[in-house]
Design a protein. Structure first.
Length: 512
């Protein structure tokens, strides 16, 4: 970096700053110095910043958006086992068992030492967050999964993930972390293979060279980058829909790659079923129908799955994605409609739309969708008419529904062994069809690291002073997100943030 230099004093106690005057009309670049630079103000970045500051480091945290929190604002629970909270519930779950389950699910494609670290460290993360003033209620994300999902309890009247962010922000402020909003990191400052900080630019066009002895990248993965989805995952970006992409374009991962880091071979998406289109609002009643274990057919009118997999959203998303053109339809009749309205849903959309929620606004939303000429929600009086509307072969759909309607009477689903409780016949009154699409909560996989979350080069060499946290991390998954360890992504963010913060703070004490 070549600068025209003109030193200016800077007010902040911790930070020394050099303001570089414009040269030939270029914008000024401000130079800041600190111990640890954190990129990203979500669960991973804020955990890292607080942890580093608790270990005595001066910290500057950069956040691209005008508010902190990233996807973590919408998350609900963190994975952990052997916590005090679980012990109080007499949970028999152990770290060993969770580790074995996670690795089996991942076909041992994940980095075993890293997964072991994340699982072993998980109770310490919950205990650490407890000391910061948060509390947790571990629960099961679905009837198929164990209660590893530690739901964040309210903090100052704020719920779930947003509560965690608010609490960490309070501590960051108290500890003197300098938070720069609307100031994305652009690239790493490198010197002879060493990472010495980042360049950044704020919303007014002011540029910064922020020097630190360690950099922690926690930019939340690549859910908004269609290019990276196409390049690194098995998914066609034109057929998948992001739940909350914000502007997370893989900045951290790409910066690490530029510094010589390698990515792991298992980058993918945390899939879930969903519905997108005219008349469908996220988390409203019609959307919630996309998570129910009711009849699903593909574009041909064939069943293709045990719809009970709705309880394991990642697997359900995979199944829908795998259909021709990734097209599927949820189909129900008036009996199911009445059940969802009067008894309430069998499968929650997380805890934002909990199990048992009565979808009282379903008829109004349906009417609105029809009035808007929705192409993702249809109603019909006969199967043939519905088939025509959804573009399926009428004879095929008739046969599929006739066969499905036999399941409960027979006591068995010969096709996909679905739990017969959920195979409610589709035969009463008006028929409804909602188009299902494969959606994803976030990207999974990223930069290869060691068990201290230090970035590794293609030769498995540690890249000095570069740490990775949260969704920028590789090595934790196989091809699919693991629901058995429910809350793993959010837990991973907090655990890797806590550890990288501490590690980076210790590193800067000895770094030359
Ligand atoms: C609706 C929803 C619900 C979810 N529920 C759960 C759950 O219950 N349990 C679970 O395990 N997971 C859940 N997840 C996933 C979970 O939110 C993420 O795994 C977690 O937030 C990852 O933390 P992170 O810090 O890596 O990323 P984020 O929390 O997304 O934070 C990354 C931050 O980096 C910022 N950033 C990006 N680029 C730059 C840059 N160049 N410079 C500076 N800042 C940058 C972003 O703006 C963002 O604020 C959910 C996700 C969604 C969308």
């Amino acid at each position: 970096m070549k600068h025209l230099s003109l030193k200016q004093a800077i007010a902040a106690t911790f930070f020394s700053v050099t303001l570089l005057l414009p040269a030939f009309g270029h914008a000024a670049e401000t130079e800041l110095k600190t111990d640890v630079v954190v990129v990203g103000g979500g669960a991973a970045g804020l955990s890292a910043a607080v942890s580093a500051a608790q270990h005595g480091a001066k910290v500057i945290l950069l956040e691209k958006e005008s508010t902190l929190g990233g996807a973590a604002r919408y998350a609900e629970g963190l994975f952990a086992v052997e916590t005090d909270e679980l012990r109080k519930k007499a949970s028999p779950l152990t770290k060993d068992y969770a580790f074995k389950q996670a690795m089996e699910f991942n076909h041992w494609e994940a980095d075993a030492a890293l997964v072991r670290t994340v699982i072993d460290e998980s109770p310490k993360t919950i205990a650490w967050l407890d000391t910061l003033g948060l509390s947790f209620n571990p629960t099961s994300i679905s009837p198929d999964e164990p209660p590893t999902w530690h739901l964040v309890q309210d903090y100052k009247g704020i719920h779930h993930g947003a509560a965690l962010i608010a609490c960490l922000k309070d501590h960051a402020d108290e500890l003197g972390v300098k938070i720069m909003l609307s100031t994305p990191a652009l690239d790493l400052i490198q010197n002879n293979g060493k990472i010495e900080g980042v360049h950044a630019k704020d919303k007014d066009g002011n540029t910064y060279a922020i020097y630190g002895k360690a950099v922690i990248l926690g930019s939340g993965g690549f859910p908004a980058s269609r290019e990276m989805i196409a390049k690194y995952t098995r998914f066609d970006p034109s057929r998948v829909f992001a739940t909350a992409p914000f502007h997370k374009n893989g900045d951290g991962i790409n910066m690490a790659i530029t510094a010589g880091a390698e990515t792991d071979g298992h980058m993918g998406l945390m899939m879930h079923p969903g519905a997108v289109g005219k008349g469908v609002m996220p988390l409203a009643s019609l959307f919630s129908m996309s998570w129910q274990p009711i009849l699903w057919v593909n574009k041909y009118g064939d069943r293709f799955a045990d719809e009970g997999k709705a309880y394991d959203f990642a697997l359900a998303g995979n199944a829908i994605y795998g259909q021709r053109d990734s097209i599927a339809w949820a189909i129900w009749d008036e009996t199911v409609q009445k059940y969802e309205i009067e008894t309430g849903i069998d499968n929650g959309v997380g805890v934002l739309v909990p199990i048992g929620t009565k979808l009282t606004s379903l008829p109004a939303e349906e009417a609105k969708a029809i009035a808007k000429g929705s192409d993702v929600y249809f109603e019909a009086d006969t199967v043939a008419e519905l088939a025509k509307k959804i573009g399926a072969d009428p004879a095929k759909l008739e046969a599929t529904i006739a066969s499905y309607n036999q399941i409960q009477a027979k006591g068995h689903d010969d096709a996909f062994a679905k739990d017969v409780r959920y195979a409610v016949p589709v035969k009463n009154g008006k028929l409804h069809a909602l188009r299902l699409v494969p959606m994803y909560f976030t990207s999974i996989g990223g930069v290869k690291v060691d068990t201290n979350f230090r970035a590794l080069s293609g030769k498995d060499q540690v890249i000095p002073s570069l740490y990775i946290a949260g969704s920028d991390l590789g090595g934790n998954f196989g091809d699919t997100y693991t629901l058995w360890t429910s809350g793993y992504a959010f837990g991973l963010a907090a655990t890797s943030g806590r550890i990288t913060g501490a590690e980076a703070a210790e590193y800067v004490k000895t770094a030359k």
